[in-house]
Design a protein around this ligand. Structure first.
Ligand SMILES: C[S@@+](CC[C@H](N)C(=O)[O-])C[C@H]1O[C@@H](n2cnc3c(N)ncnc32)[C@H](O)[C@@H]1O
Length: 390
């Protein structure tokens, strides 16, 4: 029975084995994909963390192999814009989209940064002046779950700075602010907390033993240091002339009528909750937005399948002949789900994208250091499914 009609049967049934045959012949990912790239990549990639972020070196390899300079590369689940930024740096045209407002902000910051470090530093001073002119905030109007992360004086500075960034539309500085929002290191603004997802670490660092970690943290020197770090290895500010970005669920995004390749990492099925895990940063992006956006893709197999069906139909219609489509599918283990989600994706592609043929499957083990959250035990391996339009 088709996965499209009854996902539960597929999820629980070994009938999917036929579709896992290509997976058994998967080739191993190149050894260099395991190597750290934080000391060689463009430092714009490090502006702010993002769960499920792809390594920039892997994105660079895929773009190099499956597109040519001048090609139009599409990424409809662009997250922190790793693939769009690498594509732009390699002279490709880009069409990217994502459902999350945090993803939209990071794409704006990475794809249209200030022209130089000097310009960015000047913008900090202007934004600080504008922030000082803003009234408030009244701390009692800020939700308790936000307040508990910051010293009151630091929180006021951060809220006003974020407000001034929003008023002037400065996505780059707002993204830099979000990049230093929470962590336990001195260069960050919060009380001791984790970096990727916001959890206070007051048990590991009790207030009476570590009083210095609970004092006021001035925003200005930390913002300056952050911007200097972001510009450390970034010599080509004119990233790319042709970039189109849309915020929205894949179901509502109109793809370009013709594109040369599609390279994307869809959400991990049943493994991550992008809204919950980015909740503090989302509050600074829009304090009035209410509970974070969550498409449900990451919680319900049915919604994941709908999103993948939509992707398959759009790539079938728009990909040019002999163009490549690369889907990076993470593994998640759910009680009711046996096998790798890529077997579901393969079946959807064979039913909805008939003009595409599977060319190869690359399997990449995710080492612990690349796991996004300690409590997620299930994400074990990524499968790179490479299709080509016939
Ligand atoms: C694995 S992440 C992409 C990571 C990205 N490649 C990077 O390097 O940062 C998957 C993305 O899918 C987005 N997403 C989830 N459901 C979606 C939907 N229905 N339509 C569009 N984007 C969605 C999430 O917001 C998330 O950014």
């Amino acid at each position: 029975m088709s996965v499209l009609r009854n996902p539960n049967i597929v999820c629980k049934n070994t009938a999917l084995c036929g579709h896992s045959r290509p997976l058994r012949s998967a080739i191993k990912a190149p050894g260099r994909w395991m190597e750290a790239c934080s000391h060689t990549e463009c430092t714009l990639h490090q502006i702010s963390p993002y769960i499920g972020k792809l390594k920039s070196s892997i994105a660079a390899d895929l773009i190099e192999k499956y597109s040519r300079p001048g090609d139009l590369v599409v990424d409809p689940f662009s997250g922190s814009a790793t693939i769009p930024l690498e594509a732009a740096l390699k002279g490709r045209r880009v069409f990217a989209s994502d459902i999350s407002p945090y993803a939209r902000l990071l794409a704006g910051a990475k794809l249209s940064p200030p022209r130089s470090l000097e310009k960015a530093l000047l913008q900090i001073e202007e934004t600080l002046q504008a922030a000082r002119r803003l009234r408030g905030p009244n701390l009692r109007d800020i939700p308790e779950w936000v307040r508990k992360f910051f010293h009151p004086k630091t929180l006021k500075e951060a809220v006003n700075f974020a407000g001034a960034c929003r008023n002037s539309g400065n996505e780059f500085l707002l993204a830099c602010l979000l990049g230093i929002l929470h962590h336990q290191r001195p260069g960050f603004l919060s009380y001791p907390s984790s970096h990727l997802v916001p959890y206070l670490r007051n048990k590991a660092y009790p207030r009476d033993e570590f009083p210095q970690m609970y004092t006021y943290r001035e925003l200005r020197p930390r913002m300056i240091a952050k911007v200097v770090r972001v510009f450390a290895r970034f010599s080509n500010p004119q990233v790319a002339p042709q970039i189109t970005y849309r915020q929205g669920a894949i179901q509502h995004i109109t793809f370009p009528w013709r594109f040369d390749s599609l390279i994307t990492s869809p959400p991990y099925m049943n493994a991550l909750d992008y809204g919950r895990d980015n909740r503090l940063r989302l509050w600074f992006i829009d304090p009035h937005s209410g509970p974070p956006v969550e498409s449900g893709v990451t919680r319900h197999a049915r919604v994941f399948i709908d999103a993948m069906c939509c992707l398959a139909s759009k790539v079938d219609a728009g990909l040019r002949r002999s163009g490549h489509c690369v889907l990076i599918v993470g593994e998640s283990v759910k009680r009711s789900f046996r096998g790798h989600p890529s077997s579901v994706v393969l079946q959807i592609m064979s039913e909805r994208a008939k003009s595409l043929q599977l060319r190869e499957v690359i399997s990449d083990e995710i080492p612990d250091v690349r796991r996004t959250r300690g409590d997620i035990k299930g994400v074990k391996a990524e499968h790179f499914l490479v299709f080509q339009k016939t």
